[in-house]
Design a binder for this molecule. Structure first.
Ligand code: SAM
Length: 250
């Protein structure tokens, strides 16, 4: 059975950015925002499942009177799901993203899904968020775009904002310490993309364009960052190829 949440993804516009364009440094501008839902669901293994996990976490960890933060909310898929799941509780939800075009897409999605009233969208860097008390914070494939010092700082601030028993959901593309193991995962992931309709040339150009923009850590480095920020309980809840999701409890 198709999960009902799948309709949250706007995949009408197909990602063809690298069919003609040459590789250039990746940015979350108009062109990417327009096709983002299609791009991420054909590039990130288990992306839809990460959204289903987020919906489950909202129902289990949200505490009335606190705020849910989605840092790097892109086109609003996660905040829409959280709002749908918690609608009866009139939740406070904040989606933050530095990309104006992403937030414009998010606004349209939230309005169409009739959940806009629960969600405040803020255009700013996630490094500049003033956190209220929170019970759930989402970092679904966003932390990987910050430099290492900023990652550490942000995780500490998230930990400090969470009420006891609150949860951080973190998903990251990871790298293997061992080069040969890394090569096995890379080849498999490229074939995942091939099977989702990307050509070899599109795959190569995208890989080139993300160099130095998305900087993956090893799973162990990510877990060390979470512990250093204060989280004692850190659970790997999902892995698809090198893409890993954790739940960390405050
Ligand atoms: C891979 S997308 C995240 C996907 C999204 N969380 C989801 O589940 O669909 C990364 C997002 O983070 C945003 N971003 C990257 N660096 C940022 C920063 N420093 N501050 C705010 N947003 C940032 C980008 O604009 C982009 O929308």
């Amino acid at each position: 059975m198709t999960p009902p949440e799948i309709s949250l993804l706007d995949t009408a516009r197909r990602d063809r950015i690298y069919t003609l364009a040459e590789a250039r440094s990746f940015a979350f501008g108009d062109e990417v925002a327009e096709v983002f839902d299609d791009m991420i669901s054909r590039s990130v293994p288990c992306y839809l499942e990460s959204q289903l996990l987020i919906s489950s976490l909202a129902s289990q960890y949200y505490k009335p009177g606190t705020t849910v933060y989605d840092l790097g909310c892109s086109t609003g898929t996660s905040v829409a799901l959280v709002a749908k799941r918690l609608r009866e509780l009139s939740p406070q939800i904040v989606g933050v993203d530095s990309s104006g075009p992403m937030l414009q897409k998010a606004e349209k999605k939230l309005t169409a899904l009739e959940v806009a009233g629960f969600i405040r969208l803020e255009q700013k860097s996630i490094e500049e968020v003033d956190f209220n008390a929170s019970s759930l914070v989402l970092l679904n494939y966003t932390l990987q775009f910050l430099d290492l010092v900023a990652r550490e700082e942000l995780l500490k601030r998230i930990y400090a904002s969470l009420v006891p028993g609150g949860a951080l959901f973190l998903s990251e593309k990871t790298r293997c310490l061992d080069e040969q193991e890394g090569e096995i995962v890379r080849v498999l992931h490229e074939d995942f993309k091939r099977q989702h309709g990307y050509s070899d040339s599109e795959i190569a150009k995208k890989r080139e364009s993300l160099k130095g923009v998305l900087v993956p850590l090893t799973p162990e480095q990510n877990e060390a960052l979470l512990h250093k920020a204060g989280f004692e309980r850190v659970v790997r809840v999902m892995q698809g190829y090198g893409f890993i999701s954790w739940v960390a409890i405050a």
